[in-house]
Design a binder for this molecule. Structure first.
Ligand code: SF4
Length: 295
């Protein structure tokens, strides 16, 4: 995979309103495109004129590295009100290129130095390199790391996340982060309809999350916007063709599940798993303290 250096004009993306799930108000992505290339990822697509198109990285196997990200971020945080920043909302900030470029680390340094609350989402074991900064962020303001574990089923992992670190390795990372006093949420996102949307599966992932010291667990539906849907359907057609008609029915033309009964089912499975393994879904910035205490 080729890494192309680019200069970012801006970095912090302010959401229209605080995110219900992550409680962040800003997102930040040091990279565009992702080495891990999970076939359900919308980072390989980009939205133009309201429609998703296949992102160039899928075709040309390129990722874009925002080499000046930390300088841009330093400028931006001087002008913006302090709030929770989620690093890696669209693309994995600790994908292999980070080992060389250290753009995510430098962004984290800027935020921690300024005492901003931070969250990081990743599947990568490289995150452990920055344990010192994550611990400092936890001390100074607030920090929560979201480690994605969609499934422990080897066949499904091969199919859907062939290039990412194995889920068992990610769970060991969960344990090391938790042992270091860092808040960890195991994110079972996405849930694959007719494959992982059952109580056994939810309980298997939630039980491992709890066993490895995670405080939080959340599950989220698979979305297949625009071209991502065609790409994912091509994979299903090749590997699980019997599921294709069911997916077509569930997703319709939009690429989003419209059935409120299906969404209710996912919330029910999540609630059962949370209760069974005494995990929480609500990211609390610190026990007994509200968000305002950090801002
Ligand atoms: S690791 Fe995350 S950002 Fe990277 S391809 Fe997979 S889903 Fe997308």
């Amino acid at each position: 995979m080729e890494a192309i250096k680019v200069e970012a004009k801006s970095l912090l993306n302010r959401l229209k309103r605080r995110d219900d799930w992550y409680k962040c108000l800003y997102t930040l992505n040091p990279y565009r495109g992702c080495f891990f290339s999970c076939p359900y990822c919308y980072d390989v697509a980009e939205k133009r004129r309201g429609k998703y198109h296949i992102y160039p990285s899928e075709v040309s196997k390129q990722i874009y590295v925002k080499t000046n990200a930390s300088e841009v971020l330093r400028r931006e945080i001087r002008r913006k009100p302090r709030d929770v920043v989620f690093i890696g909302s669209a693309t994995d900030p600790y994908q292999p290129a980070e080992e060389k470029f250290k753009v995510s680390r430098r962004c984290l340094e800027v935020l921690v130095e300024a005492g901003w609350p931070v969250e990081v989402g990743t599947k990568s074991l490289l995150l452990e390199r920055d344990l010192d900064l994550l611990a400092e962020a936890s001390e100074k303001a607030f920090c929560c790391v979201f480690i994605t574990v969609t499934t422990l089923d080897e066949e499904l992992v091969k199919l859907f996340e062939p290039s990412a670190p194995k889920p068992e390795e990610r769970l060991r990372l969960v344990e090391r982060l938790s042992d270091a006093g860092i808040n960890v949420c195991v994110a079972m996102i996405p849930v694959f309809p007719y494959l992982t949307d059952n109580l056994n599966h939810f309980c298997e992932v939630a039980s491992e999350a709890a066993k490895h010291g995670a405080k939080y667990f959340m599950a989220g539906e698979l979305t297949l916007p625009g071209e991502v849907k065609n790409r994912f359907y091509r994979l299903l057609e090749a590997c699980r063709p019997e599921l294709l008609p069911k997916y077509r029915q569930l997703y319709g033309a939009s690429g989003y599940i419209q059935s409120s009964a299906y969404h209710a089912k996912i919330r029910r499975l999540e609630a059962e798993a949370l209760a069974k393994f005494k995990l929480s879904r609500e990211i609390a910035l610190k026990a007994g303290l509200s968000l305002q205490d950090f801002l």
